[in-house]
Design a binder for this molecule. Structure first.
Ligand code: SER
Length: 314
């Protein structure tokens, strides 16, 4: 990776990936592209306004800057996708399709995240294997499975260097997630630090989660991995922690003992969460490219509270 383009750079993952990659590869070598003007313009490197569905504008940026790696982070998440499935398909698949086609033409590597949301149907909920039944019943999941297959196709058919991980819910303290089923695991921290009672939309369900520093490192380690060692490509299970709302609530209470939580279950989110794995088996990622998480529930919770307290929110 020498010249990198991040599309969807203003989102939860993109906003931190831009800074992380600029720290490694140099500010001028990481171009941040998003549909919206950045809320907090980043000054340590180039940024452009781009609608990824506009293929010729996307292609022009790749060509003009001699981009060799595309991180495609454009997506509507699971709960938003159920509100407008057609739009989710158009955006999620359109962004991927254009990324792959442009990568084929300009010989770029492509990273596109898949998700725990790619699983569905009759698969093992506990220690969900790398290769198993994937019959999701959300539009988000349908796009993720189709995206995994399409990315593998571009690799085998055209030799495009496509790689991906199945992200769990990502917990972070810079940019809020939006429209996901796992968002509660971020929002709960803001309520706790602000001294508010948290109203949780899902109940008694385990989902995999990951702290942002592990997610950022995973992307770079996979993209830098020796291709000869990769038996899988799109997409690797990765895991670091799995909990229910009650478990994370109790962990936060170790730091903020008077924090209160109540439930108002959102049937759409609850249904989605129950259809997803409890926890993924990430053996293949560990074996093929050395994946190993560094953060667990206790260390992540302590760090999230510290970081959100430092924002001095009212
Ligand atoms: N965080 C995503 C969601 O909840 C899952 O990949 O939709």
């Amino acid at each position: 990776m020498k010249k990198i383009l991040i599309v969807g750079a203003g989102g939860q993952i993109g906003s931190e990936l831009v800074t992380y990659l600029r720290g490694i590869y140099g500010g001028s070598n990481v171009i941040a592209a998003d549909l919206r003007e950045p809320a907090n313009p980043v000054i340590d490197g180039p940024s452009v306004k781009l609608d990824v569905l506009d293929k010729s504008a996307f292609s022009y940026i790749v060509h003009k800057n001699s981009v060799d790696t595309i991180f495609n982070l454009v997506a509507l998440l699971s709960a938003t996708g159920e509100k407008n499935p057609q739009l989710a398909w158009d955006i999620n698949m359109g962004a991927l399709n254009n990324s792959l086609e442009i990568a084929r033409e300009y010989n770029c590597a492509v990273f596109t995240p898949s998700s725990i949301g790619a699983f569905g149907g009759d698969f093992p909920r506990k220690n969900t294997p790398q290769d198993t039944v994937m019959q999701p019943d959300t539009m988000y999941g349908v796009c993720k499975v189709a995206g995994e297959l399409l990315s593998n196709y571009y690799h085998s058919r055209y030799g495009v260097d496509t790689r991906s991980v199945r992200f769990p819910g990502i917990i972070s303290n810079v940019t809020l997630p939006g429209g996901g089923t796992t968002d509660y695991a971020v929002e709960i921290f803001y309520s706790a630090v602000k001294g508010e009672k948290f109203v949780c939309p899902v109940r008694d369900v385990y989902m995999d989660m990951m702290y942002m520093p592990d997610a950022l490192r995973a992307m770079v380690e996979l993209m830098e991995a020796d291709p000869a060692k990769l038996r899988h490509r799109n997409s690797f299970n990765i895991a670091s922690m799995s909990f229910t709302p009650e478990i994370i609530y109790n962990e936060i209470r170790k730091h903020i003992p008077d924090f209160e939580m109540t439930y108002r279950v959102d049937p759409v989110k609850q249904g989605i969460a129950e259809g997803w794995p409890d926890n993924l088996d990430d053996t293949c990622a560990r074996e093929e490219w050395g994946w190993k998480p560094e953060w667990d529930l206790a260390s992540m919770t302590e760090d999230m509270i510290r970081a959100i307290r430092a924002k001095n929110l009212k």
